[in-house]
Structures are given as C-alpha cells and as structure tokens.
Ligand binder design. Sequence first.
Ligand code: SF4
Length: 428
Amino acid sequence: MKYYIETYGCQMNYSDTERLKTLLESYGFKESKKREAADFIIFNSCSVRQKAADRVYGEMVNMAELRKKKKDLLVGLTGCMVHKGKEQKMEKATYELDIAFRPEDMCHLAGRIRELRPKWRLCETDLDGYFEIAPKTSNKYQVSVPIMTGCDKFCTYCIVPYARGREKSRPLNGIVAECKKLVKAGAKEITLLGQTVNSYSTFVKLLCEIDKLHSKGLNRLRFMSAHPKDFSDDLIKTLSRLKTICPYIHLPVQSGSNSCLRRMNRPYTREKYIEIIKKIRKAIPNCAISTDIIVGFCGETEKEFKDSCALYEELHFDMAYLSQYSTRKGTFAAKKLKDDVPKKIKAERWHYLNQVLKKHSLACNKKYIGQTVEVLIEKQTAKELIGRSREYKEVHIREFDKKKKWIGEIIKVKVENVREWELYGDKL
Ligand code: SF4
C-alpha cells in the first residue's frame, strides 16, 4: 500500500506531515511520489486563508476521477480545516472524503483505516501520543521540532484556537531528548515550532537547555512564531547571550493601529510593540526582523491603514508577510464584525504596503554588501548553491566546487550583490 500527502500552509503543517509519514510507514505504507499511484491520499490543510481552503476543496473534487480507476482509494483530510468534534460531520458532508482527523489525533489513525479497509493489513496498532512520533525528516541538517499545539489567544480573525484547540505545552524533557537525537543524527539547525511558540510555559529554560547542544554540533536555533504579549525582557536577555540563537526574529504585529489591534483582540499596543523591537535591536545588534500584517481587516479606515504603513517605515522590517483580510467561518470576526472594506481597497492597500516592504527589504539587504555571512546550504544545482544566513537571508553562491556535495555544509560567503529577497556572493 502506498500513501501520498499533500501539504498546505505553515511550517507547523509541514512538521505534522513528517510525523504522519513516520506513522503511516510504521503501519506498513510506502511513500508514493505520485498521487495517482497512492492508495491513501491525505490533504494536510490550511484554513488560515480562504484561498488555501478553496484549493483543498478543489483538489477533493478531483478525487472522484481517481476513485473511478482505484475503487479502494482512501481519502483523508487533516490540518486546520478539521475542527475538534466536527470530524464525522465533515466526513458526511464532503462526498469524496473518507477520514477527517485533527493532527493531534493522528495516533489513532490505524483504527479508522482498519474500519474502512478491513482487507488492508496494517503492521502496527495505534500509538499513545502525537509528540511520541519521531518525524521523517527530508533534510537531516535542518529540522523542526513542535513544542506546543493549539492557541489560547483567540484573535478575532483566526480559526486556529477552534481548529487546533487550546494551547498545550509538550514536556521539556521530551523536547530536549528529541533535539539531542536529531543533533546526533546530524542536525545543525533546529527550529522550534508553536502557534505562539514563546507562550510555552518555560520557554527561556527550554532555549537554555537546547543551547547546551552547541558542543554536540548544533549551530543554529530558531523559533516560529512568537507573540508580542509573551516577548519578555528575560527572553530578550537570554536570546542575546545564547550561542546557537540566530539573529532573526519573526514577530507578527498584524496592524499598526491601536483601534484595529483591539478589534483583532491582539493584547498589546503599537507603542508596546515598538518598545519590544527596540529592545531586541539593542540587545542583539543587526538582528533581522520580520512580521505579519493584515490589510483590510473589518472596519479598517484609511487612517488605520496609514498607521500600519507608518509603523513599517519606523521599524524598517527586513521582511513581512502581508495578507488581505478574508472572513474565516467560525471566528468571532465572522460572527460579530462586518467585512466592510471593499475588495478593491484591500488590494490597493496590499499593493501599496508591498511597495513599502520591497523598499525596506532592499535597503536592509544592501547593508550586507561587502560583509561576510555564514550560510547553511539547502540546495545545490548545476549553477549555484542556495542556503540561508543566520539572519534568515536567502543567499545564492555561483562560484563553488561543482564536484563536491554541499548540502548541509556551513560556509562563509562574501556578499557582492543583493536584490529585495536575496543576497548573492562568493564562497570565501
Ligand atoms: S495568536 Fe492569534 S493569530 Fe496566532 S494562532 Fe493564536 S489566535 Fe491565531
């Protein structure tokens, strides 16, 4: 039997897919590179944006064609589109869907498969816990480790607390043990994952424990995504002194307007956010910073949008992930707030802010010209090596020994040229 997983959305979903692969292979499934050849097709979905959810539903329709050729085909859905307690309802409502399950419940998948396909012989029975499943990593040098699931913040536009449930921190010892194993197997960079990763109960202690793996070969430690509310002074101080922490922070602000932040139920002010960024920059000089901004949120006035632009100009972010607001069914905003910014205005605001983003991104990158950065190589083609610097800048290297295998190597590169999204240089 063969499986095929199609993954959408954030790093958390990709990390869930790695665990799902291990699980399915322990049952006796083999991975198929082609969807058409698979017996079990799973969509690991994202519902943060309407477009991503629509794509999954679109793909689901195609399953009818495949089922004509393969009568036994099993179709599964997981990720943020599956809400707690709504699994059976989804299975009944979506014609081509056989199994809907939340990522946290994947350990009970064997029972469901047996129920639906009794003739399929599965080797293993269900496991005990989601976190106990070791991920099947595609790149042993750069790995992600989830440290928590769910979210307690309830931003009014977001479906995650309903889809993934309340915040649940994983025991510290289990995380450190997994990191040790991964470093022993060759990991040079670890990214800790969580919807609000720094809300983890003992986050500072956890970072300090993992940092000790520096002597065992861990070179880089990152985390995604942080929340401003829990970005404490103690955390900033710790980040500045740990050897493995990379000088790059992604800290979503979502809006530069206090009134808009209140409607979004983001529990901080524009002033507080600016204060945090200034403290980070003081403690970690040259720290690259990126953010998320939503434009066109319910009731967003021209003045509120301008506040977001002004915040961007003031903090000159290295990068930002911009999105145009779209209603997600089931959220507070969908029930109580009016999605009243016309589509055209949303698009205009997005394009305007995107120009601001490009300008700052280029200016930030220009600072690297003539400097040396350390790059962990992720990709090697006939023409170039591609990797990321500690500051999370994508770096392209054209001159290199083409006979040698470079993936997983950390090399020093002198930056010669830059564009908005990349740096270009030569290996030293
Ligand atoms: S912090 Fe807000 S946006 Fe982030 S996952 Fe939680 S509810 Fe969603």
